[in-house]
Write a protein that binds this ligand. Structure first.
Ligand code: AP5
Ligand code: MG
Length: 214
């Protein structure tokens, strides 16, 4: 079965962190809509400016923009044997559109992995997170320190704090998650594999490998 994977989970659940490990291990493209928006913002494109006005408030970027971005990305050659989606779909409409895209490209979703983390843990993770300005790799001030302070282990880039990583914006991000994204667990039903996102990352990777390799 093709490794077409969706990672679900609240803000700070560890989608990006686990996505990096899974895609490195299985050599898959890591498609993060959040990273795509942040890249567009860094390049000051119209898409980046539009996304910023929503991201800064912790709201979802409009569906039409997000869906066409993903559609274009999944049509690229590197996705033909599989991919990992991190942060998409984010609501039932996006999931329905993704189903249509999957049918058109003959790439249906085979694995939906829901990373479960209690809300009390999410706040600490988000407020203590640092990310690489160059490659986006996530770190944490206590849980996941880089080898050299302030520098990314993977590319040596500078570590910074995301603009939406503060308690105020996190409230709206969690609200959006509960109202819009959580219903996807019901949407995907028995196709969803739940994993414990508070586990040590290596143990979590073992659980994920079991899901994917059966
Ligand atoms: P996005 O970038 O997707 O952010 P998010 O969903 O809020 O999730 P995060 O990236 O904050 O968390 P994560 O789950 O990746 O956690 P991480 O691995 O970094 O979206 C941002 C914005 O873009 C949205 O608000 C929206 O405006 C827009 N957007 C994006 N996609 C969209 C879409 N489809 N439609 C509309 N709008 C969209 O981990 C967090 C921290 O915890 C890190 O410091 C990490 O080191 C630590 N950690 C992780 N796992 C562990 C562990 N097992 N043990 C210890 N520490 C851990
Ligand atoms: Mg992320």
């Amino acid at each position: 079965m093709k490794k077409t994977i969706i990672l679900l989970g609240a803000p700070g659940a560890g989608k990006g962190t686990n996505a990096k490990r899974i895609t490195a291990y299985y050599k898959l493209p890591h498609i993060s809509t959040g990273d795509m928006f942040r890249e567009a913002l860094k390049n000051e494109t119209p898409l980046g400016m539009l996304a910023k006005s929503y991201m800064d408030k912790g709201l979802l970027v409009p569906d039409d923009v997000t869906v066409s971005l993903v559609k274009e990305r999944l049509a690229k050659d590197d996705c033909k044997d599989g991919f990992l989606l991190d942060g998409f779909p984010r609501n039932v409409y996006q999931a329905e559109e993704l189903k249509k895209i999957g049918e058109e490209l003959n790439l249906p979703i085979n694995y939906v992995i829901d990373i479960d983390v209690p809300e009390s843990v999410l706040v600490d993770r988000i407020c203590g997170r640092r990310v690489c300005k160059t490659c986006g790799a996530p770190y944490h001030v206590t849980n996941l320190k880089p080898k050299v302070e302030g520098k990314c282990d993977l590319c040596g880039g500078e570590l910074i704090q995301r603009k939406d990583d503060n308690e105020e914006t996190l409230k709206s991000r969690l609200d959006e998650y509960h109202h819009q994204t959580e219903p996807l667990v019901k949407f995907y039903g028995s196709a969803v594999y739940k994993v414990d996102g508070t586990k040590d990352l290596d143990l979590l990777m073992e659980d994920i490998k079991h899901i994917i390799e059966g």
